[in-house]
Unconditional design. Sequence first.
Length: 241
Amino acid sequence: MSLPLRAENNPKFYSRFKWLGLGAIAFMLYCLYDGYINYPAQMERGHALMAIAEDVLPGEKIQEINQAGHGPHDAYLLIKKQMPDYSELKEAWESKVAAEGWPKIPPKKLRTEGDILGQYVMAVIALAGGVWFLTTVLRTTGRWFELNENGITTRWGESFSLDQVTAIDKKQWRDKGIARVRYQTPSGRQKTFVVDNYKYHKKTTDAIMRQIELGAGHDKIVNGKPEPELNATTEEPVADA
C-alpha cells in the first residue's frame, strides 16, 4: 500500500453539530423574544385583568378567589374562569383591550419577573451551546491525519513514529470506531492519539489503523484483535476463517 495515506475529516459526522448549533441559536432568539417582548406584555395584560376584577367583581367573590388559590397565579386563573359568568368583568376587559390594542383573549398564565429572568437564563445557555457546536464545526473543517514514511502526522501539528507506540487500545473500536494509540515522546512524556473512523473517512482510517498495528506490532494491541488482512486483489478485509 502506497504512502502517504491521508484520512480527511468526514463532514457528514459534523453536519449534526451545525444543525444543533443553528437550532440552539434559534432557540436563544425565541427565548429573548419571550423575555423581552412576549412575557412582559403577558404580565402587563394579566395584572390589568386582575385589577379590573378587583374593581368590578363583588368583594366576597374576590375574597373567595384569594382564599381558594395559592398565590397570584392561581387567583389569576380563577378570575379568568369568572369571565363567562360576570358580564361586567367581560365588558370591562373588552373595553380595556380595545383601548390598548391588546389581544382579546387573556394570557394563559400570569407571567412574573421570574418567568422573564428564566427566559434570559435559557437564552444564555442556548447561546453557549450554539457557539460550542458551531465553533466545533469551524475548528474541524479541513482537519486530517496521515500515515507517511515517518509515522503519523496531523494537520494540527501532532506527529509520532510507529516505534514510539506503547499500546493500541481497541476497547471502543468495534462498536464506536474509536481506538486510542498511546505513544511516548522523545522527552519521555506519554501521549494518546485517537483514531476515529466516524470523524474521518472510514476506509482510509481503517487502512491507517491496520498499518499502525503492523508497524507498532500486534503485541501492542489491548482490548481487541488485530485488523484482518487485506485481499491482495480487491484490497478488502479478509474474513476470519
